[in-house]
Unconditional design. Structure first.
Length: 250
């Protein structure tokens, strides 16, 4: 009897089960503590991130909180191995209004900063953030229709530079009151300024607590324009945005 049990424990089925278990455990540890894959479902970060981009988020960038783990188990408060984010970082975070939904935005304001929007320009601590018109963003749908959208290059005080879209001149959130970022919180904005629920919308996102930061977006490893279903293998080559593969998020 004991010989049969030993044979089962050392047989190929048991060996395969152990291999699968260890592989899943390693994958879980990598996802929880190193890198988490994340896909872009909306256009709030165009042109930096497009719908259909898949990227890796570095979980270690800001240390770890309960939101670093799947389902955000309430096993501890605050952060361990904490490191402060920088202005201009592209950050995945849990929306503080529900502490469940993942958003991805650019970090614009640090604790204590004052932020105001005037005619689409950021006023940071009383000083306008340089904003220069650049070549239009060209958007093409799956039918080949083209739309040109004004683009502006912003440069934050730390010389972090990136491009934003301005779909609607002087839209609702192009002109705001003054926001004062509370201690331990951050002010997030989407690069697609007129199509982004972010910290300007206080009842939807508001100021983001340090604890809610999940990680820093690092690398786009895959991108598709959505023109091919997963079973349409013959259409994959034309649907993949080859020029975006393995590019750094800036």
């Amino acid at each position: 009897m004991s010989e049969n049990i030993n044979k089962i424990r050392s047989g190929p089925v048991a060996e395969n089960a152990r291999t699968i278990f260890y592989a899943l455990l390693i994958a879980l540890l990598i996802r929880a503590f190193l890198f988490q894959p994340f896909n872009i479902p909306s256009g709030s970060m165009i042109p930096t991130l497009l719908v259909g981009d898949y990227l890796f988020v570095a979980k270690y960038s800001y240390g770890y909180s309960k939101h670093s783990l799947p389902f955000s188990p309430p096993i501890f408060d605050g952060r361990i191995f904490a490191r402060q984010p920088q202005r201009g970082d592209v950050v995945v975070f849990k929306v503080p209004t529900d502490n469940r939904t993942d958003f991805i935005k650019r970090l614009i304001g640090l604790p204590g900063d004052t932020i105001e929007m005037r005619h689409g320009q950021i006023i940071l601590d009383g000083k306008p953030v340089p904003r220069v018109r650049v070549e239009d963003f060209v958007e093409r749908d799956i039918y080949g229709n083209v739309r040109r959208i004004p683009q502006y290059r912003e440069t934050l005080p730390d010389n972090v530079s990136y491009v934003t879209l301005d779909l609607i001149e002087d839209s609702e959130y192009d002109n705001t009151g003054v926001y004062v970022v509370p201690p331990g919180h951050y002010f997030m904005m989407g690069d697609n300024r007129d199509n982004s629920n972010d910290s300007r919308v206080q009842n939807v996102v508001g100021y983001v607590p340090f604890e809610n930061l999940v990680g820093n977006a690092k690398l786009i490893f895959f991108s598709t324009d959505g023109s091919a279903h997963f079973w349409e293998i013959w259409r994959w080559p034309s649907a993949i945005r080859w020029n975006r593969l393995f590019t750094w998020v800036q």
